[in-house]
Design a protein around this ligand. Sequence first.
Ligand code: AMP
Ligand code: ZN
Length: 667
Amino acid sequence: METAKERIQTLRKELHDHNYRYYILDNPIVSDYEFDKLLKELQDLETQFPAYYDSNSPTQRVGGNITKNFETIAHQYPMYSLSNTYTKEEVEQWEERIKKSLGNQTVIEYTCELKFDGASINLTYENGQLIRAVTRGDGIQGDDVTTNIKTIKTIPLELRGNFPSFFEIRGEILIPWDGFNKMNTLREELGEPLYRNPRNTASGSLKLQDSKLVAERPLICFLYALAGSNLKVSTQYEALEKAREWGFKVPDSARKVNSIEKVFEFIEEWEIKRKKLPYEIDGIVIKVNRFDQQQELGFTAKAPRWAIAYKYQAEKVSTLLQGVQYQVGRTGAITPVAKLKPVEISGTIVKRASLHNADQIRKLDLRIGDLVYVEKGGEIIPKIVGIKEGHRGQPYNQVHFITHCPECNTLLEREEGEAQHYCPNEVSCPPQQIGKIQHFINRKAMDIEGLGGETVALLYHKGIINNIADLYQITAEQVLPLDRMAEKSVQNLLEGIESSKDKPFEKVLFGLGIRYVGETVAKRLAKQFKSVESLQQASKEDLLRTDEIGERIAESLDRFFKNPEQQKIIERLKNSGLRMQVDESLQSKHPAFVNKRFVVSGIFENFEREAIKTEIEQLGGVMASSVSAKTDFLIAGQGMGPSKREKALQLNIPILSEQDYIALKSS
Ligand code: AMP
Ligand code: ZN
């Protein structure tokens, strides 16, 4: 029989292995379900036996630790930047300089690598264990973000093979496009301004205080350089291969070449291929391959002499700025958008470009009639990057950020430290109202069948609804006369609204559309405060004491519940019969247990037998003492009666081990 300690060790090793197969080799051998089951088993054992804590256990990947202040750490080997080049001539000049230093007869090999566009990170490993992760910072010192970094699955916590006992490795943290787009879809649903590009989002992620939030982000890490004193590696290319062997994610795009012509081939090849990559690169890095030659070449104050970046030009065109429009989101966030004379960039016609916020407009000193440069780089929406000198609009056409909401004329507000302006008129600014109702009915909130976003807008404009509480007062007479509203669809709509009253409190809370209160936060609040009344009564301090609730969310909740208009809406929702508190009886029941018949036999490692029985009943199951055709599950402990097992086998009744039971419970 394995001891708990041994089991913990086995599980850790297995999970590290599965992780490696999944994230590094892209070749998993177990299903997600099996993986989760093993992880859950490990989590339970670790909770039960805290003495075997390990800061690099696979369980650390889910996050949960909060870092209030990131400690500043000096880099043992500075993290240099790279000199940039934009033309072949510049690359040729670089080669000339190198040849001069190394002697013209010397043969020079190069490695060509992709220049990943993310946030750089320096990882330190001691005896195969990740001990520290530090951001680049100013190159001399950076921030210790170890806790957050451990949640990134492509970063090994434990190495494989034959690695040096102490070394540093550098890489780039990225967010691939599909993950980035998913993050933005979610932002859109929440009515939050969109993330601008994967690079900024990746580097912002490293400094989040709550590592659980980092774990949820689709971050990956590619490694590209080793640093250390006794590496037993003599070239860059070999370093990449070794790193790959030790379990790091090293893309196989790197190539070793023996002439500058081959370097150019690589550059040209990737000029095309980069557009199909699932992540962003902003160029190519060319490095002298041999470490002894690198050493001979050394560094300038800022960058190595033995490496250079070749940057691809983002396609940039100029066009006329015809105007600036302002959009109002569900939360009142104001987004300025440039209206452009249509122009083609990389094969698509562009008519609009994002302008982010007031600061950017001021920085550009924008005027209507300017000839502006528009670039489609690593951004989702093209952006204005500059103005063509000598082609300026008239000074009296200078763009001034609006002071009042374009939709309701309320004076705009801007919170300290925030770049975004907001329309504070939460209760009667039309796009905010429509957006809030649309949010309330969406799939993840009240999920009202028979009602779509366009119908909401229609009902709003017809004056039938002004807010979410009005939904529950809609009558057939009001909607029947509307276009495209047949009897059947009216019936569906009313039924959909009626049955939404059964949605659990957490969904209602999310549906209210309180700024910064997404699905997860709503769940957390519902669990902690149980009812809307206790949330309304909670002080900011009470809120802050809740897991995962920070200053920003507490502030927003406080403001929301103090607003008399919102109080009225909540009161009306309550009167309409929506669930404004957690239903405890629903809470503890588990669908896999409800009305199922259980027989428990034998003794258990983690539970008293009576405790298991009580738990099953609490989860909705029914206890029986003997196995019969009606039994749904037999839970088998150690030393279980053989006749029970026999009978269960005969009747084809599933026999669950203790671990299976735990897995079922947490499914
Ligand atoms: P820069 O920030 O433009 O000075 O460029 C230097 C940065 O490029 C480094 O700090 C790395 O973060 C990043 N980089 C991305 N890919 C590579 C790579 N393959 N080799 C070296 N540096 C890279
Ligand atoms: Zn407004």
